[in-house]
Design a protein around this ligand. Structure first.
Ligand code: PGA
Length: 257
């Protein structure tokens, strides 16, 4: 069975103080209300990773980086390596977020290399895929997402991918207030699972978590999380405030199975 995950991606938001409060509040909630069904993940900006690890000492809240470089070390000014993340207690890394693909020009080849580096460094990767509005409108969305999966996963064995988490984030729904309907999310999640089953095995397809991302908030989470192939959410805006993030954790815990 796939892991169920509520993950907050802060992007380039929150001061050290605000970040500290948010991690402390999330950690206090999960310590007081041990979760049976969901795992909680927080992805702060690089500069706040160390304090986030410190303020979630029991590991009930896992800390993720929003990105990393695919090389071991060397002359890559401004970059952060997998071993640097591991060294400070980071457990997961988001790879190929659409903002990195679109705004920062990350290529499919780079995303593949980052995925390889993360898997070989024992960092759990959250691989993001998702189509633009024009692909959705022209009916090309399945083909587009399939292409992203094929290029990211090329050459991996099924065994290597057992820790993989995939986040389906339609670009037209990110930060726009527009959400994929529960039916649209379910349809794409089932497609992703079927694709994994066709390349690997049905068992692996069942074990890989497929999260939905794109304007998830307490008001719409219940219906989305109730879809059979949705294993949780990668949440941006609504994960940057303690009240809404904790509310989303509660909804995940009660709905995700
Ligand atoms: P959003 O962001 O929830 O603000 O739409 C989701 C994401 O980009 O991960």
């Amino acid at each position: 069975m796939a892991r169920k995950v509520i993950a907050g991606n802060w992007k380039m938001n929150l001061s050290q103080k605000e970040g500290e409060e948010l991690v402390k509040a999330s950690n206090a909630f999960v310590e007081a209300n041990p979760l049976v069904h969901v795992e909680v993940v927080i992805a702060p900006p690089y500069l706040q990773l160390q304090q986030a690890v410190k303020y979630s000492p029991t590991g009930r809240v896992s800390i993720a980086a929003q990105n990393m470089n695919e090389n071991d070390n060397g002359a890559f000014t401004g970059e952060i390596s997998a071993s640097m993340l591991k060294e400070i207690g980071v457990e997961l890394v988001i790879i190929g977020h659409s903002e990195r693909r679109e705004i920062l020009g990350e290529s499919d080849a780079q995303i593949h290399a980052k995925l390889k580096k993360a898997l070989r460094s024992n960092l759990y990767p959250i691989l993001c895929v998702g189509e633009k509005l024009e692909d959705r409108k022209s009916g090309n969305h399945f083909k587009f997402v399939q292409g992203q999966l094929e290029s990211a996963l090329e050459g991996f064995s099924g065994d290597e991918l057992s820790s993989l988490v995939i986040a389906y984030e339609p670009i037209w729904a990110i930060g726009t207030g527009e959400t994929a309907s529960p039916a649209q999310a379910q349809e794409m999640h089932a497609f992703i699972r079927k694709h994994i089953a066709s390349i690997y095995t049905a068992t692996l397809a069942d074990e890989i978590s497929v999260l939905y991302g794109g304007s998830v908030k307490p008001e719409n989470a219940k219906e989305i999380f109730a879809q059979p192939d949705v294993d949780g959410g990668l949440i941006g805006g609504a994960a940057t405030k303690p009240e809404s993030f904790i509310e989303l954790i509660k909804i995940g815990e009660s709905v995700l199975r």
